[in-house]
Design a protein around this ligand. Structure first.
Ligand SMILES: *[C@@H]1O[C@H](CO)[C@@H](O)[C@H](O)[C@H]1NC(C)=O
Ligand SMILES: *[C@@H]1O[C@H](CO)[C@@H](O)[C@H](O)[C@H]1NC(C)=O
Ligand SMILES: *[C@@H]1O[C@H](CO)[C@@H](O)[C@H](O)[C@H]1NC(C)=O
Ligand SMILES: *[C@@H]1O[C@H](CO)[C@@H](O)[C@H](O)[C@H]1NC(C)=O
Ligand SMILES: *[C@@H]1O[C@H](CO)[C@@H](O)[C@H](O)[C@H]1NC(C)=O
Ligand SMILES: *[C@@H]1O[C@H](CO)[C@@H](O)[C@H](O)[C@H]1NC(C)=O
Ligand SMILES: *[C@@H]1O[C@H](CO)[C@@H](O)[C@H](O)[C@H]1NC(C)=O
Ligand SMILES: *[C@@H]1O[C@H](CO)[C@@H](O)[C@H](O)[C@H]1NC(C)=O
Ligand SMILES: *[C@@H]1O[C@H](CO)[C@@H](O)[C@H](O)[C@H]1NC(C)=O
Ligand SMILES: *[C@@H]1O[C@H](CO)[C@@H](O)[C@H](O)[C@H]1NC(C)=O
Ligand SMILES: *[C@@H]1O[C@H](CO)[C@@H](O)[C@H](O)[C@H]1NC(C)=O
Length: 663
């Protein structure tokens, strides 16, 4: 019996799960106990919701010696001679990796029941970065099987787990409705595009139906197909019956069998859209895979070079075993330094150079703070938000074109956003975590032009506590990103960066702050004055009034203060601000509302067919009310602050919710 199966059975038994359809997310054949793997078992019945967990850590002590509290950042007037400047990086850089087995909780129930908060969050990102790239896959893709239909419009089903049979691993059945749901989301938010995972657990019996339906239904909204997820962990875990000795050469051969199948399949018209090799680096580096001749042998299929890595793991707490348990408080300072991001990608820099030489985008295909669910109080802290901002820009500066933050079930601590547990969805709304703000920040730093070039400024003597980046756009300096990892309520660790641009003659700059009193804070976090509220408080729209600071410059030098802790995004020109800060009315929103009792809407799921067909019926200021008497906005916590009027209202599926499409 393979170790994963035994452990999985033990976990299920320990949790008292005796029923296949309990509120449990089960990923097959996980690489348990491996620090770089993506695995997690989410058990809503054991841990109803990670965001109920009040665990708050303590901000680390201030560094000694302290970094200087004022320093200069002089930018070149153009990109022509900036050492270390990246290739152009798209504003879609930060996207999401949605575990296939929970896609029916995160995206929607099926093509006609989409999650409103999810749509709103994607709309915010699209308005800043020009689009959002989302992967549906993960460990659970490997044993997934596409079937023609599942009963009652269901799109996804986990095969039954018999906990008495400890060798059994659950598999996933998916229906084409999953892909239709993705297509409907793209139809509502232009610029949402997808990667799909194709199973590779059994290369003598290929199951390419996900690729076939994916290409046919998604068309241009399908970016790529991932074949093989973390193949360097296959051998160690006995995944798909593979031996411990499973080597890069074995993977090369099996990958070739998948490519041959795809190339011969006339229902898969696009051949050059494959994502690989998706190794973690724990067992094989990408370079070892490339040494097999992989890049040239599969040049006609490969469109993206991918790796996957989590810097840490909380597996011992979830699964037990021989390794020492990790203390989140001890791990916390490791994230609160500029060195963190560079450490994660150090083993992938050669691959990045190779990808660039081939003109292929380099992707961090799945990542987050820590595998096995993340750490309580760490993964869901303001510190994690600073870490993800810095890590993202570090990757961009190293010519990575995208990174996907993993999203899993309700019991994990690292989710950027989490729907309430199924049985609470009638009265709770979503939890948007600190790390989601990082995706907004990076989208604004890079913008929608596709010309953003990023450079690490090695600020303040390359201090690990006060990193900074410059972003050039269309060849000229556009934005500066400033970090302060220190927490110091006295104010003494705040710093001032004196930003200047040779020959530009700046008179003032605009600044947006990601602010919080402490790196340990979980809820009091604002991005330019706006937020998503606390646990269960969000419908995916920013709440509160936008508050942008203006800093006057003297003698071409702009002295930008950065609190401890904090992140500041400095906009050097009007365009660099306006292109990522569209008028609120220009951002489509999908709204839920409140019930008469002032509680959250009966559901946050919208009937996409109504939404899709009604879009355009109203026009600006028009109003269509279909089967709803509720008004938007108003009471208790949900949405609607300072909003209202001018909406096109359409019916949604359950209860008194409404949908507003602002034009
Ligand atoms: C939701 O389900 C969990 C697990 O079955 C249960 O413990 C909890 O009480 C339920 N909550 C509600 C509000 O029904
Ligand atoms: C499908 O829905 C019907 C009506 O609600 C129900 O009787 C039936 O049991 C459902 N079938 C399955 C397989 O869930
Ligand atoms: C989605 O699910 C609902 C409720 O289960 C069902 O009524 C509807 O027909 C399904 N929609 C599709 C497109 O299958
Ligand atoms: C939305 O889903 C429906 C139902 O599955 C499907 O018929 C339709 O083609 C989808 N729309 C798009 C734009 O893909
Ligand atoms: C691969 O997964 C499928 C679907 O879960 C399963 O039927 C098959 O036995 C698996 N093959 C191997 C070699 O593990
Ligand atoms: C990167 O390439 C250099 C030079 O070819 C080599 O020395 C180094 O080991 C490689 N790094 C990795 C992580 O493979
Ligand atoms: C990124 O690409 C640029 C342009 O080709 C190059 O100068 C730079 O060295 C690359 N950076 C890394 C870390 O590979
Ligand atoms: C500078 O930016 C322009 C416009 O984005 C671009 O065409 C050019 O290649 C860039 N030059 C360098 C050296 O990166
Ligand atoms: C929230 O954080 C801000 C700093 O970002 C602080 O000024 C404010 O007092 C905090 N609010 C609460 C209620 O703690
Ligand atoms: C937002 O601004 C409006 C108008 O200036 C004001 O009435 C309202 O109180 C402000 N809301 C918050 C949360 O500050
Ligand atoms: C969604 O709306 C369409 C069109 O009004 C309707 O036919 C369908 O039954 C609705 N779906 C659900 C699940 O209510």
């Amino acid at each position: 019996m393979p170790r994963p199966a035994r452990l999985l059975a033990a976990v299920l038994l320990a949790l008292g799960i005796t029923h296949a359809h309990a509120y449990v997310t089960v990923y097959s054949q996980m690489p348990f106990g491996d620090s770089t793997s993506s695995s997690v078992i989410a058990t809503a019945s054991a841990v109803p919701d990670a965001y109920n967990d009040p665990t708050q850590l303590t901000a680390p002590a201030l560094p000694s010696p302290a970094p200087a509290t004022s320093f200069n950042l002089q930018l070149a007037a153009s990109n022509g001679s900036v050492p270390g400047l990246s290739i152009p990086i798209p504003g879609t850089f930060y996207g999401f990796s949605v575990e296939m087995s929970v896609s029916n909780q995160i995206l929607g129930k099926n093509a006609s029941l989409l999650q409103v908060p999810f749509l709103n969050l994607m709309s915010l990102l699209k308005a800043r970065g020009g689009g959002v790239h989302i992967r549906v896959g993960g460990n659970s893709q490997e044993t997934a099987t596409m079937v023609a239909a599942l009963p009652n419009g269901t799109i996804l089903e986990k095969a039954a787990v018999n906990t008495q049979d400890t060798t059994q691993t659950p598999a996933l059945l998916v229906a084409p409705g999953l892909i239709y749901m993705m297509a409907n989301i793209s139809a509502l938010i232009d610029g949402v595009k997808w990667y799909l995972g194709v199973p590779m657990n059994d290369t003598s019996n290929l199951r390419l139906q996900i690729a076939e339906y994916g290409e046919q239904i998604l068309g241009d909204n399908l970016l790529g197909l991932q074949v093989g997820n973390e193949p360097d962990l296959y051998g160690g875990n006995g995944f798909g019956g593979r031996p411990k000795s499973y080597s890069p050469q074995d993977y090369f051969t099996e990958f070739g069998q998948e490519m041959a199948g795809i190339n011969a399949d006339t229902s898969i018209p696009v051949k050059k859209n494959i994502v690989g090799p998706s190794v973690t680096g724990a067992t094989w580096s990408p370079d070892e895979v490339f040494a097999t001749g992989y890049l040239s042998a599969y040049a006609s299929n490969l469109a993206f070079i991918s790796v996957e890595k989590y810097p840490d793991d909380n597996c011992q707490a979830i699964f037990g075993g021989a390794s020492a348990p990790k203390d989140p408080q001890t791990e916390f300072p490791k994230y609160l330094t500029h060195a963190a991001g560079a450490g994660i990608i150090a083993g992938f820099l050669n691959a990045s150079v190779q990808a660039a030489a081939l003109g292929l985008p380099m992707l961090m295909f799945e990542t987050n703070t820590a595998s096995c669910g993340g750490f309580p109080g760490l993964s869901d802290s303001f510190g994690a938000a600073l870490w993800a901002l810095d890590y993202g820009l570090t990757m961009a500066a190293a010519n990575f074109s995208g990174a996907l933050l993993h999203v899993s079930g309700a019991s994990v601590y690292y989710n950027p956003f989490t729907p309430p547990p199924t049985n609470q969805s009638s009265y709770h709304s979503w939890t948007v975590a600190p790390i989601f703000y990082s995706t907004l920040g990076v989208a604004e730093a890079l913008g929608p032009t596709g010309t953003a070039q990023v450079v690490d400024l090695q600020a303040n003597g390359a201090s690990d506590y006060t990193p900074a980046y410059a972003i050039y756009e269309n060849g000229a300096p556009a934005r500066v990103a400033l970090f302060n990892y220190m927490t110091d309520p006295s104010g003494a660790s705040a710093y001032t960066a004196s930003v200047s641009v040779a020959g530009l003659g700046l008179s003032s700059v605009q600044v947006k702050y990601l602010a919080s009193p402490s790196v340990a804070e979980k809820y009091n976090i604002t991005w330019a004055g706006q937020d998503f509220g606390g646990a269960y408080a969000s419908d995916g729209r920013l709440q509160g009034n936008l508050s942008v600071s203006t800093v006057a410059c003297a003698n071409d030098v702009c002295a930008v203060p950065v609190p401890a802790p904090g992140f500041a995004l400095v906009f050097l020109t009007e365009d660099s601000f306006s292109e990522v800060n569209p008028a609120e009315a220009a951002v489509p929103t999908f709204s839920t509302t409140t019930t008469k009792a002032g509680r959250a809407a009966a559901t946050v799921t919208v009937n996409a067919s109504v939404l899709a067909t009604s879009n355009g019926h109203g026009g600006p200021g028009g109003k269509i009310v279909l089967g709803s008497t509720s008004q938007e906005g108003g009471a208790a916590g949900l949405g609607g602050k300072g909003r209202g009027g001018g909406s096109v209202l359409v019916a949604v599926v359950v209860g008194a919710a409404v949908v507003g499409w602002r034009i």
